[in-house]
Ligand binder design. Structure first.
Ligand code: HEM
Ligand code: SF4
Ligand code: SF4
Length: 531
């Protein structure tokens, strides 16, 4: 059931995201920048909130007038700032909702990746607490409605000695002290929210917390346009002598408020409890089969730290050497953080398939899919290639080519393949060309697999693809599981292109110096340099 919902949602996201990739470019696709946009909107809310606070009178009598004053007499700056504050808060809710759905759809919430999902739950509560206390402060008719419904909701819980709704049903009962408490909450809760947002991304390496400049400017321009077109206004002074009727509701922050009348407070709490429990339990229901974490083989680790730099999940740290080899550090894996994507295997300078030893060992390896097996699979698959234009496909298990049968070797992530594997395939005449087929560029399942692969091929990131490897013999295809047809068309075109090419003249053995660098012979780790 959950699986069916997930795959339906995934299809939905795929159908929207790929046209967005073309419209905005993969780098600027807002759906691939939801977390970063969340931080961006948070900062806009924070800055505009500080600005508004300068004008705001925190006393109950003067609060409404002060907001009116800054909206009407100061609309040019404070009014726009007020609209920024409100609309950026609304956008934050939209972003959180879409972000949550997307992370669920792409299955980024289970197994070892539970942490970011789980910490998203307090984020939702704190975000709503911030928004609701914010509506309270304006002290207009909507604020009165919010105050009344919220306090009735809270009174339903057996926590307060005296009912707090009493404060809002008659004139003269609401104290400035209570109002000041709301002001304090509206400042303190977002600060705590920021702290949890920081915790939320602790287990992610290089999290995208700033959207690309062009996207940030576009969002600012859109916010400004809406703020001028429909400035945020109050809905008339609160009057405790009258029950507020027909207030305009912010459906993003207050969707449950009308339900308190329809369902009753108990049912609304039951709904909130069930929703929170569902979010909290989802990472473990149904469980994800966990592949075993990578293991470090110290006799092949020279402490270069490339694996630690490339791991997308902060699962590797460099620690002091323990085995007496003359390197200051060694890699250490935290198995509870490792998703077994294999990206670190592709980063390790010891991961070179040229080595002649039968038991190909590397510095860091997946126990269930070691580099040795990958080399064997590549060699076995290559023997099945025939005719003109022999193309071997290295496919990510989450991308469009994962289901191919012929000429394809599937990996947990294409960045698991060290660039030397491509050199190996072409120089050993295992194929005329290699296709590297990963996830869609803006939706890499393992966050950084596509990026690292591209940078390694462009010789911008170690270990890079050596200059001697002809780039016209390699094709990269970034396509989601929904784009099987496009991937097939591109692979077929590449096969045809390879068929038209003369035989590749790289089949000579590696020069002695290169052989030494890539570890052609089995030498101890200290003899290897960072190639
Ligand atoms: C203010 C609200 C939020 C902000 C600013 C935020 C921000 C972020 C950022 C920056 C990332 C890293 C993205 C990347 O670089 O790949 C991220 C990842 C993630 N977030 Fe959020 N988030 C928020 C709310 C939530 C909520 C409510 C949930 C779900 C309950 C959630 C679930 C996740 C998950 C599952 C990941 C991915 C972790 C992974 O790839 O392993 N987030 N978030
Ligand atoms: S397999 Fe992936 S998650 Fe695990 S340590 Fe290596 S790069 Fe990190
Ligand atoms: S040699 Fe390999 S395992 Fe050791 S630190 Fe470098 S990349 Fe990591």
């Amino acid at each position: 059931m959950i699986g069916a919902i997930r795959s339906a949602l995934r299809t939905g996201f795929g159908l929207i995201e790929r046209p967005f990739d073309r419209l905005f470019s993969p780098a600027l696709n807002p759906l691939a920048q939801l977390g970063a946009l969340g931080f961006f909107f948070f900062w806009i809310v924070a800055v505009s909130g500080i600005y508004l606070f300068i004008f705001f009178d925190t006393g109950i009598e003067r609060a409404y007038q002060s907001v009116e004053y800054l909206s009407r007499d100061h609309w040019f700056h404070a009014g726009v700032m007020r609209s920024f504050h409100r609309y950026a808060s609304d956008l934050l809710v939209v972003m959180v909702a879409v972000h949550l759905l997307r992370e669920f759809a792409y299955d980024h919430y289970r197994g070892v990746r539970w942490f970011s999902w789980f910490t998203g739950l307090p984020i939702i509560w704190l975000l709503y607490a911030s928004g609701i206390t914010g509506y309270w402060l304006v002290w207009d008719k909507l604020a009165q409605y919010v105050a009344l419904v919220s306090s009735e909701l809270l009174d339903w819980l057996p926590v307060f000695g005296e009912p707090i709704a009493r404060n809002f049903i008659a004139t003269g009962t609401l104290t400035s002290r209570f109002f000041s408490l709301m002001v304090f909450m509206h400042v303190a809760v977002p600060l705590f929210l920021l702290f949890i947002m920081w915790v939320h991304i602790l287990r992610i390496s290089r999290p995208k917390v700033n959207p690309p400049r062009a996207l940030a400017l576009l969002s600012l321009a859109a916010l400004l346009a809406v703020s001028i077109w429909r400035p945020a206004l109050s809905q008339g002074h609160a009057d405790l002598a009258k029950v507020p009727a027909a207030v305009g509701i912010d459906w993003l922050y207050l969707p449950l408020y009308p339900l308190t009348t329809l369902w009753g407070n108990g049912a609304v709490w039951a709904f909130l409890g069930a929703f929170s429990l569902m979010i909290a339990l989802m990472p473990w229901l149904p469980p994800l089969r966990r592949a075993r974490a990578v293991e470090v083989h110290l006799d092949h680790c020279n402490g270069c730290a490339r694996c630690a730099e490339d791991c997308p999940y902060e699962a590797i740290r460099m620690v002091n050497r323990t085995d007496g080899l003359p390197f200051p550090t060694q890699a250490q894996v935290n198995p509870s953080l490792c998703v077994s994507c294999g990206i670190c295997v592709g980063s390790c300078p010891s991961s070179t398939p040229f080595r002649r030893t039968a038991d190909l060992q590397t510095g860091i390896d997946l126990p269930e899919y070691p580099l040795k097996n990958l080399r064997e699979k590549v060699a076995a698959t290559a023997t099945g290639l025939s005719g003109a234009g022999r193309v071997l496909v290295l496919a990510c298990e989450h991308g469009a080519a994962a289901g191919r049968l012929d000429g394809t070797v599937v990996l947990p992530c294409v960045a698991m393949a060290p660039p030397s594997l491509i050199d190996f395939i072409l120089s050993r005449d295992l194929a005329d060309g290699v296709v590297v087929a990963g996830c869609a560029e803006s939706a890499c399942y393992n966050r950084l697999g596509v990026k690292w692969t591209e940078e390694r091929f462009a010789a911008q990131r170690d270990p890079y693809l050596r200059a001697r490897v002809p780039r016209d013999r390699i094709a990269t295809i970034w396509a989601s599981a929904l784009e099987v047809r496009r991937a097939e068309v591109e692979i077929a075109a590449f096969v045809a292109e390879m068929a038209g090419k003369p035989p590749l003249r790289m089949r000579s053995p590696l020069p002695a110096s290169a052989a030494a660098k890539s570890g052609e012979t089995r030498e101890p780790a200290e003899a290897r340099t960072k190639s």
